[in-house]
Ligand binder design. Sequence first.
Ligand code: NCD
Length: 308
Amino acid sequence: MLNRKDVLGLYDLSAEEIDEILTTGMNMKKLLRQNIKKLPHLQGKTVTTLFYENSTRTRCSFELAADYMGAHVVNIAAASSSVQKGETLVDTGKTLDAMKNDVIVIRHPMGGAPRLLAKTVKAHVVNAGDGMNEHPTQALLDMLTMRENFPSIAGLKVAILGDISHSRVAKSNLFGLKKLGAEVRMFAPRTLMPTGIDRMGAKVCASREEAVEGADVVMGLRIQLERQHGGNFPSLGEYAKYYGADEALMRYAAPHALVMHPGPVNRGVELTSALIDGDTSRIEEQVLSGIAVRMAILFLLTKEEVAS
Ligand code: NCD
């Protein structure tokens, strides 16, 4: 039972809590597939998205999730808010609390910002990505997509290829997938592989073929150009050639292997267009899983209050 005030990362959640979110998310996804987009679960609640970083799909996904369940939805883009006038995160949080917000969804370039906010506000806080730390709802939507396509997450072999160093998605997936019993393999140029990730449970591979051998899922991660300060690899073309995934690489994977990517994709860099648009791609399905899993989290966090 998800009995907590905030969802800040999968490092904090138990396997049972993750399981409950995924089960609820699967039910939400069934409703979405039937085009049911008017649910009462969050009626009378206010959900604010507070984004200090650019985003298309995550912000839109949270806003639609809240809207489909009947919440009032407010968006604050830091670029056009009082943050520009020097207001601190804690003061912004206090203001949002005073306005009777029920849930604050925050994305911030600094790891730990959502935790600081959560400590100082009464509202529930959901982390929509903090720096290079965690992106729990992305990993949960990835796991929801896996659960729908395979009998169980336990025992799955998941290969994660790409910019692991700068990726909060990789870390959240590692924590979540390990808790549910999957094997997580990682491959990246040495310069984009954080030291110590093996101690967190990842199997660090020496080649992309080793990572993909017999894998059930091959997940590409975006090269985070905005977080690179040069020198990590020679060029995007070279990255694609030596580190990207293409159809030839997928021959090493299990015959039923699926291709995933959190987006946005650098087309032809992390994955070839043939893989992105091919039959084994689940990239578009991940987007719908995103709304479903966010509906599940917003519902589970505010559930008791609705009932009382
Ligand atoms: C990811 C993010 O912002 O961390 N994108 C997302 O939320 N869909 C991955 C990325 O930016 O590469």
